[in-house]
Design a protein around this ligand. Structure first.
Ligand code: SF4
Length: 367
C-alpha cells in the first residue's frame, strides 16, 4: 500500500508529532465533530482565479471571461453556504472579497506578462531515496512513498520560462521577503512538477498576494475596465519539449516585486540546489513518518497550540489519563476525500483549448 504525504500532513508533522499522530490521514485521522465551518473566501477567490486564468480562455475577451470568473466565486460561496453555520459568516467578508476580485481584474492585466499553462492541477510523485540515487523510497508495507499536492497555476513567460504561481489571500502586513524565500509550499510545486515531467524546468515561484483588508470600499461590484489580459498570448502546446538547457533565466535579480496597496506580485528564481535540498528534506521526513519506532512527543508552544485542534486529548495525555473518551465523543475519523467530478483543472478534464470551463453540478446545468 502506498504511503501518501499531502502538504497538510507534512506541515502538521513538522509542527508537532502528537498533533500529526492524531490528525494525519495516514495516522489516526481524527477531526473535531463540533467544527461548524465558516465561509472560506480564500477558496472562493481561488475558484474565481482558476477560471480567470483558465488556459483555454486566455485570449478570450474579458467581457466573456469576467462574468464566468464572477460566477465561479458566487458558486463557490453558494456551495459553501450549504455546509456552513450561518453564525460563522463574518459580516462583509464575502462582499469585501468580491470587491477585491473586481479590483484585481483591473490590476492583473498590468502585471500578467505570461500565459497560463495549467490551473488547479494535481501533482503526485514518488519520493526519491536520498541515500540511493535513481531509486525511490519504499513504504513499510511495500508500496511507494508519494507526495501529493495541487498547484494553483503554472505559467510560461515571454522568454519561455515556466513559473509556479501561488495565489495568497492575506490580511495585514505583506509577507516578509525572507519568509517567501523560505517558503516550501510553492517550492514543493516546482520540485514535484520537475519530477513528474523529466526535462521540464521550472524557473521559480510567483507569489500573487491579494490583501483582503485592503479591498476598496468604494468600488462597487461591476465590470472591470475592458483590456487585453496579457501581452503573452495563449500557449498552444501543453509543454515545450524537454530540453537539456535550463529554462531558468540567467542573471538578473533573484527576487522581483511590484505592489499596490491591495496586491503584490513577488517573483523568485529558484535554483537546482534549492529543489534538491527540498527533495532531501521531504525524503528524510518521510523516513521518519514511516518509522514504526518514531517517538511521538508533543511540541507545545503558544503558536503551535493556539491553532491546534487537538488540545483536549493532548492535555489528557499530558496528565497520563486516557484520551479515548474525549476522542470518542468530540472527534470522528475523517471520511474519505470526496471525488471531485469534473473539477476545473482536474486531470480528467481535457485542456479543451478554446472550450469553456465545465459546470460543476446538476443544479448549474439545469439553470
Ligand atoms: S496542543 Fe500543542 S502540544 Fe498538544 S498536540 Fe496540539 S500542538 Fe501539539
Amino acid at each position: 500500500m502506498d504511503y501518501v504525504i499531502p502538504p497538510q500532513d507534512r506541515a502538521l508533522f513538522k509542527r508537532c508529532r502528537r498533533a500529526w499522530d492524531l490528525g494525519a490521514r495516514t495516522r489516526r485521522n481524527y477531526e473535531p465533530t463540533d467544527d461548524p465551518r465558516g465561509i472560506d473566501v480564500d477558496r472562493a477567490v481561488h475558484d474565481a482565479l482558476a477560471v480567470y486564468y483558465f488556459p483555454g480562455m486566455w485570449d478570450w475577451q474579458p467581457t466573456i471571461v469576467l462574468p464566468l470568473a464572477r460566477e465561479a466565486f458566487d458558486r463557490s460561496i453558494r456551495e459553501q453556504r450549504k455546509d456552513s453555520a450561518p453564525e460563522r459568516e463574518e459580516d462583509g467578508l464575502v462582499e469585501g472579497a468580491r470587491r477585491l476580485l473586481e479590483s484585481y481584474f483591473a490590476w492583473a492585466p498590468t502585471v500578467d506578462r505570461f500565459a497560463p499553462i495549467r490551473v488547479e492541477t494535481d501533482v503526485d510523485v514518488q519520493v526519491p531515496d536520498p541515500h540511493a540515487a535513481g531509486r525511490d523510497l519504499v513504504a513499510p508495507e511495500g508500496g511507494a512513498v508519494r507526495y501529493r499536492d495541487r498547484v494553483d497555476l503554472l505559467v510560461i513567460d515571454e522568454g519561455g520560462a515556466y513559473w509556479a504561481v501561488d495565489h495568497r489571500i492575506v490580511t495585514g502586513d505583506w509577507t516578509d521577503a525572507d519568509q517567501l524565500l523560505l517558503d516550501e509550499g510553492c517550492l514543493a510545486w516546482c520540485w514535484a512538477w520537475e519530477l513528474s515531467y523529466p526535462g521540464m524546468r521550472i524557473a521559480g515561484t510567483i507569489y500573487n498576494e491579494l490583501r483582503l483588508d485592503a479591498a476598496p470600499t468604494d468600488h462597487p461590484p461591476g465590470p472591470a475596465p475592458i483590456t487585453a489580459r496579457s501581452p503573452v498570448s495563449q500557449h498552444r502546446r501543453m509543454y515545450e519539449p524537454p530540453t537539456e538547457a535550463p529554462h531558468r533565466p540567467p542573471g538578473g535579480p533573484r527576487l522581483r516585486q511590484e505592489a499596490t496597496e491591495a496586491f503584490r506580485r513577488t517573483q523568485i528564481v529558484r535554483n537546482d540546489a534549492e529543489l534538491e535540498e527540498f527533495g532531501t528534506r521531504v525524503a528524510l521526513e518521510a523516513l521518519d513518518m514511516t518509522d514504526a519506532e518514531l517517538p511521538l512527543y508533543p511540541n507545545p508552544s503558544p503558536d503551535n497550540c493556539a491553532r491546534c485542534e487537538y488540545r483536549p486529548p493532548c492535555i489528557a495525555m499530558n496528565e497520563r489519563t486516557d484520551p479515548d473518551a474525549i476522542l470518542a465523543t468530540s472527534y470522528r475519523v475523517r471520511p474519505p476525500e470526496p471525488i471531485e467530478e469534473g473539477r476545473l483543472g482536474g486531470s480528467t478534464w481535457s485542456m479543451g483549448r478554446g472550450a469553456a470551463p465545465p459546470r460543476f453540478n446538476r443544479d448549474d446545468r439545469d439553470r
